[in-house]
Design a protein around this ligand. Structure first.
Ligand code: SDX
Length: 433
């Protein structure tokens, strides 16, 4: 990646009796940054920013978020336009390569991904080692990492061709692995991918078809699944993407780095929130119970899952598209009276009119409506984060690739402020109090 930052003046800091001038760098849109790379060398002090609330960890040209305006761009294209007009594989090409593909490029890319969807026959035995009640995310973390045991010919991160084939293999095989995690949990036989189906359609048939009868994917549900994948594809330097970048900065192979991202995404504050949000709606059960639940949030007994965001201090643009998709899917399935949707809509209405949430700029995020849709489509809540990981795999890979190809990239090695014991001598056990 060629750096495109420009100079925008400088900032001075006076600390420890020393004065240092630091360059201020400007990107194409968004906040400027103070380049502090020489700060420690010239002042012997670190910056301190747990949670990285004011820290840019890298330069990137992939995804831009304006949290105040509720804007999300993939390579400059608004998420709303991509969700309406594009397809997940076209968005994969865009995130990986920086430009929308021509028709011929998209056809070639689709052919390549389609012909990598099968996993090694030995791989299927891998699942047998799990208990049937294993959480599908535990299987995903293990299975994605295990890909590096099968594809030694694409683990050299310094080889462009190997980076490309490992990217294609992961985008193609993660749906097959995710579907196997689902089938294993419900005790049904694994279903092979079919090369005559589209990406989302193929995933749904691997999840819901059974050998006992023919299965035709509902095109409305396939389109909704494809759109849900688009919404979850990338999101700047979120926790799991930062995990992938940090793992990749050591030179670890791409499969191991993506497995690290899967592990981080599992957390309830991050990708695990979609599962928690549906469990929360189920526990509320009826709109009459919302006021008591909201009081519990205000009393800090629990958080409103699917609400709030580190960056969005406005409505998450993905949540709007997710809500529309929920209506489409529920209508198509004749479930427009789903009580969970009623609870979600009323909970949103109450929260958005209550000063506790308004003052904290808490709005629905991508996880608030996704669970209702996925539940209606037949996925158990344990599979929701697996679907998030499936979609985010392309974003993790695009960010990992950008990091590897960034000439300024170094191994990530943050420092700390130490408040533990200063040096002291060892005390033999018979002399301890
Ligand atoms: C994702 O980073 C990404 O981009 C992530 C993601 C992606 O695509 O990769 O967008 C996906 O992870 C979406 C977020 C999913 N998580 C949830 O829905 C879980 C519930 N949300 C919260 O845990 C929380 O909002 C976070 C973790 C998402 C953000 O937390 P921050 O930025 O650290 O904010 P904070 O904890 O400092 O909260 C500020 C205030 C606090 O109140 P005070 O202590 O100041 O009184 O808001 C409160 C918090 O208590 N607050 C909430 C709340 N979220 C924040 N109160 C109730 N319910 C919530 N959900």
């Amino acid at each position: 990646m060629e750096s495109k930052v420009t100079s925008n003046g400088s900032a001075s800091i006076s600390v420890g009796g020393k004065e240092v001038t630091l360059p201020v760098l400007k990107g194409s849109v968004g906040p400027d940054v103070v380049d502090i790379r020489k700060l420690y060398g010239e002042t012997d002090v670190f910056t301190f920013d747990p949670g990285f609330t004011s820290t840019a960890s890298c330069e990137s040209q992939i995804t831009y978020i304006d949290g105040d305006k509720g804007i999300l761009l993939y390579r400059g294209y608004p998420i709303e336009q991509l969700a309406e007009h594009s397809s997940f594989l076209e968005v994969c090409y865009l995130l990986l390569n920086g430009e929308l593909p021509t028709a011929a490029e998209l056809e070639q890319f689709t052919h390549t991904i389609t012909h990598h969807t099968m996993v090694h026959e030995q791989f299927d035995r891998f699942f047998q080692g799990f208990r049937r009640d294993a959480h599908p995310m535990a299987i995903m973390v293990s299975a994605v990492g295990a890909l590096s045991a099968f594809y030694h010919d694409s683990t050299n991160v310094h080889d462009l061709q190997q980076r490309e084939i490992s990217a294609h293999r992961m985008i193609a095989k993660v749906p097959t692995i995710a579907a196997r995690a689902f089938k294993y949990a419900i005790g049904q036989p694994f279903v092979y991918p079919k090369n005559d189906l589209g990406y989302a359609e193929n995933f749904l048939q691997m999840c819901f078809s059974v050998p006992a009868e023919d299965y035709k994917v509902n095109p409305i549900l396939a389109k909704a699944m494809d759109r849900i994948f688009i919404l979850h594809a990338d999101h700047e330097q979120n926790a799991s993407t930062s995990t992938v970048r940090l793992a990749g900065s050591s030179g670890a192979n791409p499969f191991a780095c993506i497995a690290a991202g899967v592990a981080c995404l599992w957390g309830p504050s991050h990708g695990g929130a979609n599962e928690e949000a549906l469990n929360m709606l189920r526990s509320i059960g009826h709109v009459d119970n919302i006021p008591e639940f909201v009081q519990g949030v205000k009393d800090r007994k629990y958080k409103l899952m699917g609400f709030g965001h580190r960056v969005y201090k406005n409505y998450d643009p993905r949540a709007k598209v997710m809500q529309q998709t929920a209506h489409e899917v529920l209508d198509e399935l004749g479930k427009h009276d789903d009580p969970l949707l009623k609870v979600a809509l009323e909970l949103e209405r109450i929260a958005l009119s209550d000063d506790y949430f308004i003052s904290r700029k808490l709005y629905p995020n991508v996880d608030f409506y996704s669970g209702i849709t996925l539940n209606a489509m037949g996925f158990p809540s344990e599979m929701f984060t697996v679907l998030f990981a499936l979609a985010r795999t392309v974003g993790w890979i695009a960010q990992w690739k950008e990091m590897i190809e960034d000439p300024a990239q170094k191994i990530g090695r943050p420092r700390q402020i130490y408040t533990g014991s200063p040096s002291r001598d060892f005390v033999p056990v018979d002399k301890r109090g």
